[in-house]
Design a protein around this ligand. Structure first.
Ligand code: GUN
Ligand code: FE
Length: 432
């Protein structure tokens, strides 16, 4: 199957190239070049006329919880530990298979229509198969985990260590690598506040055995850090280090409260960070020291962290990330728009272990692309594509989305499912 994107304004690294076409063969970017030459050299099975389009790498959401999407509008004013205890654990503890599926449907539809092509989802302690099945159908590139908790969790969510690991192993067998590698399993112990050391160690070994990303939450909130100090003598990163659980396949969500030693540990072990500025504001967690992380050459991606935020738009997370550092440091250059755009694309790809596959528009990479309507007000007039993507654009600008060479959103409509019917049915399942 050959797909051509014809004559768009294409973002290639830091450059923006007009009248540029992209040839895609079997999901891989085969050629990028002037419209005239590509038209001469290729005959496509399908084409997208991109003369009014800006083509950017698909956006990567490195941290979210699809099964929490149903709590939106109901959890506005709490800090992390109270928010988990009062809203999130009761909701996740009473999930049904039908509701889990409805949550995945609403989440993945919203992400696809917002230009997110790849995500990394914690789901919950049960019904993770539903998330995989919905991702398979909708067509997004998915990293999906089963949240593990075997300590200090409410009764209906508490699991034993063995079943946490064995269930995860069974999910790996059923789903990991399916759909041409588009679906991947990720090992996701929730955080060390609700996990035994034994679980963390075994989960890490499982990730190593299958070469998977190991993701957990770390040093997000001061109450959490105080709990960890009391239980382990040190906060999460030093605790994980003591257990030998820091490495290049480790993705830590948040990392708001870091000291010098933490920066060194993250950098030395090539640990990745999922920065979630919207969530850090929503839960009054604090401001992550992202410029210092970048100075220490730590790979940083962006996450919406829904349900600790109200929507999945990565345009919002880019904007929040850059603005938050300006107002926090009183330095207008604290983090520029190129940096934050990279975090949402190539940085995100590194976080989920796909830096050679996605994150940039380049020959040989997988064709995960987001097309924006150049006629949107955000780009009228057009001066600087990346600056306007970061400071002006929103999900309303997204016209087409391509994952693995397949057009999953065309002219603002999902091609893989009946969008309206699915949204109606899923919303109903979540209020009844
Ligand atoms: N820490 C442990 N669990 C969670 C969660 O579900 N969301 C966030 N934001 N932080 C967490
Ligand atoms: Fe989270």
């Amino acid at each position: 199957m050959q797909l051509g994107i014809i004559g768009g304004t294409v973002v290639l690294g830091a450059r923006t190239v007009p009248d540029c076409s992209i040839a895609i063969d079997n999901g891989i970017i085969q050629d990028i070049g002037p419209k005239k030459r590509i038209a001469k050299d290729y005959k496509f099975d399908d084409e997208i006329d991109a003369r009014d389009r800006i083509v950017i790498p698909g956006l990567v959401d490195t941290h979210m919880h699809s099964y929490q999407v149903a709590t939106k509008g109901q959890t506005c004013d709490s800090e992390l530990l109270k928010w988990l205890r009062s809203y999130i654990f009761p909701w996740e503890g009473h999930l049904s298979r039908k509701r889990a599926r409805a949550c995945a449907e609403l989440s993945y539809i919203e992400m696809a229509k917002s230009g997110t092509t790849c995500f990394s989802d914690f789901t919950s302690t049960r019904f993770t198969d539903e998330a995989f099945s919905v991702a398979e159908k909708i067509g997004l590139r998915a990293n999906i985990g089963r949240t593990m908790m075997d300590y200090n969790a409410p009764k209906d969510m508490l699991e034993d260590t063995v079943s946490d690991i064995e269930d995860s192993r069974a999910l790996i067998m059923r789903w990991h690598g399916r759909c041409n590698g588009r679906l991947r399993f990720m090992v996701t112990p929730r955080f060390d506040v609700t996990c035994s050391d034994e679980l963390l160690v075994e989960a890490f070994a499982l990730a190593k055995e299958y070469n998977l990303v190991f993701q957990t939450h770390a040093q997000e909130n001061l109450g959490e850090v105080a709990f960890e100090r009391k239980r382990f003598g040190v906060p999460a990163i030093k605790h994980l280090n003591k257990l030998g659980l820091l490495g290049s396949n480790v993705l830590l969500a948040h990392c708001v409260w870091l000291d010098r030693k933490d920066f060194t540990l993250l950098a030395k072990n090539n640990v990745k960070v999922a920065h979630c500025p919207g969530s850090n504001m929503y839960l009054a967690s604090g401001i992550a020291p992202v410029p210092e992380m970048l100075k220490n050459k730590i790979s940083v991606g962006l996450g919406s962290d829904v349900g600790a935020y109200g929507n999945y738009s990565m345009f919002e997370q880019m904007r929040l990330a850059v603005l938050l550092q300006k107002v926090h440091t009183l330095r207008p250059h604290a983090m520029d728009h190129h940096t934050v755009f990279s975090m949402a694309t190539s940085g995100g790809a590194a976080c989920v272990g796909l830096s050679k596959e996605i994150g940039e528009i380049r020959v040989g990479r997988k064709a995960d692309l987001t097309l924006l309507d150049k006629r949107s007000l955000a780009f009228s007039p057009l001066h600087d594509v990346i600056a306007q993507v970061v400071y002006s654009a929103g999900k309303v600008c997204v016209s087409d989305v391509i994952v693995d060479g397949k057009v999953i959103v065309r002219d603002r409509q999902l091609t893989t499912i009946n969008e309206e019917k699915t949204i109606r049915r899923a919303s109903k399942a979540l209020v009844s």
